[in-house]
Every structure is written in structure tokens, then in C-alpha cells.
Write a protein that binds this ligand. Structure first.
Ligand SMILES: Cc1ncc(COP(=O)(O)O)c(C=O)c1O
Length: 408
């Protein structure tokens, strides 16, 4: 029976909210790796709000920091100095390369800023072009849509913002051929998220770095999804031993409180000066309090170590399960950014997993995406594996039945 509260909220949503989303469930509470719906049913959340709640839902230290700051000062604009913003910037730089930070509110806005940085850097050199990767995802604003390497997201929004072209990911020669005198930068996700959990191949990022240096152009990494510890290092690029000229962040930086940022190397610190870029809500005392707490927890609770350990553990378990099912082609990923690649659309699996108590995501058309909180426990991981195995088995059974039907 449909819960009356669920129906009321859904009706109101359908009437008053622009229909750009088709949400499932009515979620009322979250704690750690768990969420509860309006029927008080609990689910293991292996989506983490699309890699946002990387420390789990309502981490007490982040909640306390937000509560404390909300009583003191929430916002005054960037016309005034506030303490949390440079404190957070210093913390980020300590985990990154030496440089300077611009604060924004979302992934797309952080990428927009990073793109503007590259264009400004190239403006006196006659360089404005940005080369991005096929299958990439960089956001839904017009510039980040033009950067995104999946044309379906651009349909209906012509004309495209000029100055972007895509090449196949992990293909150095295609990139080399695409670079010309007008190219300002190469922009990529070290591990593609929305595109299907596709990690850069070993050696590729090093080669891209070398190529950008030879050509005298910038290398920009979008770590909106793969950053903030998701792959087992604070930034994904650290696991590859390659440093970009600029990197963008958002999603997990506030563990659910909206905040984004992009960081540029110190040698480019004077590219965007007073009056060239701004954001009313960028780096408010409240958002920065949340993000300061997030980084403190990452450091003090061995989050990166747990991510690497549990990532390897889950990968091993998933690979073993995958052997049992013909519809699974491969398991791939880094750290706790994991993809189960299927030979058919993966979307059919989501409601089945949900019914069995696990929330997950798709990526691309055929990949089941698993992104648990980085402090997920062994017991939670084991439970998720049991649910996955059970669901895959039910799914395989269903496939067998429908294939049988079609042969009759
Ligand atoms: C790699 C990447 N870049 C940018 C974005 C856009 O972020 P937002 O939705 O916060 O604008 C996303 C969102 O999924 C992303 O995965």
C-alpha cells in the first residue's frame, strides 16, 4: 500500500517543482551509511548523494560545525574578510599543490571558474580553446555542457558555447592531433564518473602532462566527483603521481553543505584579479565552516586509509560475484568509486536493489555505480555484497525466464 505522506509529497512535487527530476522514495533521515524512508524502512546508501556525503550522512563533527557557525555569522559577502575562508583555503592547499583557491557553490560553477581561468590565462597569447574528453561530464551550465563529452546532454540547448572540442579518453595520439595554436588547455576527469567509472589508464596522465608542457598549455582536472578522498588519495591525481595546473572540487567538500572550489598553481595566482570573477555565495563563513570540519575529519579519522582498504575489499568481493553472472562484463574503478559493467542497461537493477535495501546509481548506460561513504565499515560492505549477490541472482533468473519466453 502506498504511504499517504509519500503520496501527498509526490503530488505537491509534481504540481510545483519543475519536472527535471523523477525522484524515488521519500527519504526522511540519514545517519552514517544509512537512510530511512517515510515507512521507517532503512536502506544502505551506496550512492552517498552522488559522492557528496563521503563521511556518511550527518557526520556529527560537520553538523556541529554548521550549528555553531550558524549562530555566529552565515554570510556577509566577499566584500569583507571572514576567518573561515582563508583557513579553509590553507587546509586545501596543504592537501594539494601550492596555489590559491577560488570558492564557488557547485561543481558546474567551479568548472566555469576554472574554464574562465584558462581563457584569461590564454587571452594575451591568442589561446582560448579547451580540449575535453569524450564521455566526460563537467556540469549543466552552458560552458560546462559544451565541455561535456556526451552530446545527449546538449540536445535542445543549441547553439553550443564555442571553443570546446572532444577527443577519446586515454588516447594520447588523438589529443596530440587535436592541439593547435589556439588551444589554451586540456580538461579531464582523472576518473570519469557519470561516463561510466572509467579511470585514466596507467601512464596516460603522465603523458598528457608532458604533452601539455611541451605545447605550453594548461592541464585542468575536474575532481568534482573523484576528489575529496573518493579514490583513496585526497585528490585522485595524487594516486597517479601527476599534478595539473588547476583542479576543481565540489560535491563532498561540504559533505552535503553546498560548496565548490577551484585551485590554481601559485605561478598562475595572478591570472584572475579583483573584478574578473566573483560569486555572491562563494566561500561563506557557513559553507567554509562545514568544509573545514570535513577536512579535519578526513585527517583525524583515517578516512583515506579506510577508503583504500574497503575499496580493495569490495573490488575483490565484487569480482568474485561477477564470475557467477553472465550479464556482468567487468568490475572497475579506484578506491570506493566502483562500477559493475553490464552487457545491458544497468538502470533495471536500481529498483530491484532498492527493494532489497540498497541504494546505488547508474553511470553511462550500462554501468552500476557504487559509491559508499568513505568510512563504510566491513559489516556494511558485507551486507551490501549480500544484497548485490541476491539482486543479481534474481535479475539473472528473470533474464533466463524472459529469454525462455522469447524462444517459445
Ligand atoms: C565530474 C563532474 N563535474 C561536474 C559536475 C557538476 O557538478 P554540479 O552538479 O554540482 O554542478 C559533476 C556532477 O555530477 C561531475 O560528476
Amino acid at each position: 500500500m502506498i504511504n499517504a505522506k509519500y503520496q501527498t509529497v509526490l503530488d505537491k512535487f509534481r504540481k510545483y517543482v519543475m519536472p527535471t527530476y523523477a525522484p524515488r522514495l521519500l527519504i526522511e533521515k540519514g545517519r552514517g551509511a544509512w537512510v530511512w524512508d517515510c515507512d521507517r524502512r532503512r536502506y544502505l546508501d551506496f550512492a552517498s548523494g552522488i559522492s557528496v556525503c563521503n563521511l556518511g550522512h550527518c557526520h556529527p563533527a560537520v553538523t556541529a560545525a554548521i550549528q555553531k557557525q550558524a549562530e555566529i555569522l552565515m554570510h556577509v559577502s566577499n566584500l569583507y574578510l571572514t576567518e573561515n575562508q582563508p583557513e579553509l583555503a590553507e587546509k586545501l592547499i596543504r592537501h594539494c599543490f601550492d596555489g590559491v583557491v577560488f570558492f564557488a557553490n557547485s561543481g558546474a560553477e567551479s568548472n566555469e571558474g576554472m574554464i574562465k581561468f584558462a581563457r584569461k590565462w590564454g587571452s594575451e597569447k591568442g589561446k582560448s580553446g579547451i580540449i575535453t574528453m569524450e564521455n566526460s561530464f563537467h556540469g549543466r551550465t552552458l560552458a560546462t555542457l559544451a565541455a561535456t563529452g556526451r552530446s545527449k546532454y546538449r540536445q535542445g540547448f543549441a547553439p553550443d558555447m564555442p571553443g570546446f572540442k572532444q577527443v577519446p579518453f586515454n588516447d594520447l595520439e588523438a589529443l596530440r592531433k587535436a592541439i593547435d595554436d589556439t588551444t589554451a588547455a586540456v580538461m579531464l576527469e582523472p576518473v570519469q564518473g557519470e561516463g561510466g567509472i572509467c579511470p585514466a589508464e596507467p601512464g596516460y596522465l603522465q603523458a598528457v602532462r608532458k604533452l601539455c608542457d611541451e605545447k605550453g598549455i594548461l592541464l585542468l582536472f575536474d575532481e568534482v566527483q573523484c576528489g575529496m578522498g573518493r579514490t583513496g588519495t585526497f585528490f585522485a591525481f595524487q594516486g597517479y603521481g601527476v599534478e595539473p595546473d588547476a583542479v576543481s572540487l565540489a560535491k563532498a567538500l561540504g559533505n552535503g553543505f553546498p560548496i565548490g572550489a577551484f585551485i590554481v598553481r601559485r605561478q598562475w595566482a595572478d591570472t584572475l584579479l579583483v573584478g574578473t570573477h566573483a560569486s555572491t555565495f562563494g566561500g561563506t563563513p557557513l559553507a567554509c565552516a562545514a568544509a573545514r570540519a570535513v577536512i579535519e575529519v578526513i585527517d583525524s579519522e583515517n578516512i583515506l586509509e579506510n577508503c583504500s582498504r574497503m575499496g580493495a575489499y569490495l573490488m575483490d568481493k565484487l569480482e568474485k560475484i561477477a564470475e557467477k553472472y553472465d550479464f556482468i562484463v567487468q568490475v572497475r574503478g579506484r578506491g570506493l568509486m566502483l562500477g559493475v559493467v553490464c552487457d545491458r542497461p544497468s538502470g533495471d537493477l536500481l529498483p530491484r536493489l532498492q527493494k532489497n535495501g540498497l541504494i546505488a546509481l547508474t553511470a553511462g548506460e550500462t554501468v552500476l555505480r557504487l559509491m559508499p561513504p568513505l568510512n563504510v565499515t566491513r559489516a556494511e560492505a558485507d551486507r551490501a555484497v549480500r544484497i548485490l549477490d541476491k539482486t543479481f541472482s534474481e535479475f539473472a533468473e528473470q533474464l533466463k525466464l524472459s529469454e525462455g519466453d522469447s524462444h517459445e
